[in-house]
Ligand binder design. Structure first.
Ligand SMILES: C[S@@+](CC[C@H](N)C(=O)[O-])C[C@H]1O[C@@H](n2cnc3c(N)ncnc32)[C@H](O)[C@@H]1O
Length: 255
């Protein structure tokens, strides 16, 4: 891991410092959305969540997400909400020496994902993706990344689509023009939600693990449309898989 991982503070406290600048501590419901990912949970995550739940409850086998990584991942990649780094471990990068940045609020997640992706010597950034990320403070470079991944992240984040859209703002700042944003999220409307999925979503929303009761397909499309071009949205079960491109600046923006 590169030196930036010295910034990991554990446990996450109310005096949380995100990146180089002191930022307000995340609200309780944001903390709850990531707190479930302790060592015990992460040890079973790939089998339970990416195996059993994806295929049998959400009805989207993990190979579709892996295909999404395979289509879009670039040599300079930032991953938002890293989990166990399963897909980063399994996908092929376009180079043997990618530049990989892992961004997550949870220090245990960062430790586990950085260990799994250690062969790529990742930089780790402990930060809340619902707040502006610490760009150009030495850890994350704006306009630098070929790709940003945000897989199974948005349904964990509290707020309306407009509030969750901060994640896409952060991705748009991180990406170079022509860079790719991609990922997936579990939706509760605008897609077919079967009875087991509806029940599990209800439990997870009640416990603060999910925040997707208002997440619909049209809202996701709207958020992507506001910032990106070349948008591809595919629905499998109640999972929306998305991929899109950061447009080149217009003449006015280029100055
Ligand atoms: C469901 S897991 C997804 C992990 C991985 N991307 C995957 O597809 O398997 C959600 C991840 O998002 C992180 N997370 C949740 N809320 C966050 C926030 N506000 N800021 C940054 N990371 C967050 C969690 O710590 C966890 O690593």
């Amino acid at each position: 891991m590169r030196a930036a991982n010295q910034g990991i503070r554990e446990p996450l406290t109310r005096e949380y410092v995100g990146g180089n600048a002191t930022v307000p501590p995340p609200p309780e419901e944001v903390i709850a959305g990531q707190a479930v990912y302790n060592r015990f949970m992460l040890a079973g995550y790939d089998v339970l969540v990416l195996g059993f739940h994806c295929r049998l409850v959400w009805r989207c086998a993990k190979r579709h997400m892996l295909d999404n990584y395979q289509r879009n991942i670039g040599a300079r990649h930032a991953e938002f909400g890293t989990g166990t780094a399963y897909f980063l471990d399994r996908c092929g990068f376009p180079t043997a020496t990618p530049e990989l940045t892992l961004v997550d609020l949870n220090p245990t997640v960062l430790r586990v994902s950085a260990a799994r992706a250690a062969r790529y010597h990742p930089t780790v950034v402990q930060a809340d993706v619902l707040q502006p990320l610490p760009f150009d403070g030495g850890r994350l470079q704006a306009g630098h990344h070929d790709s940003v991944g945000a897989n199974f992240l948005l349904h964990c984040l509290p707020g309306t689509w407009a509030e969750k859209g901060v994640v896409f703002d952060n991705a748009a700042v991180a990406l170079r023009p022509g860079g790719r944003i991609f990922g997936s999220t579990i939706l509760s409307s605008g897609v077919r939600v079967n009875a087991p999925a509806r029940r599990l979503m209800k439990v997870y929303n009640a416990r603060g693990i999910f925040h997707n009761t208002d997440d619909d397909l049209a809202g996701l499309r709207w958020q992507l449309d506001q910032r990106f071009t070349d948008i591809q949205l595919a629905v499998r079960g109640c999972v929306a898989l998305f991929e899109a491109t950061k447009p080149a600046p217009t003449e006015n923006q280029a100055g």
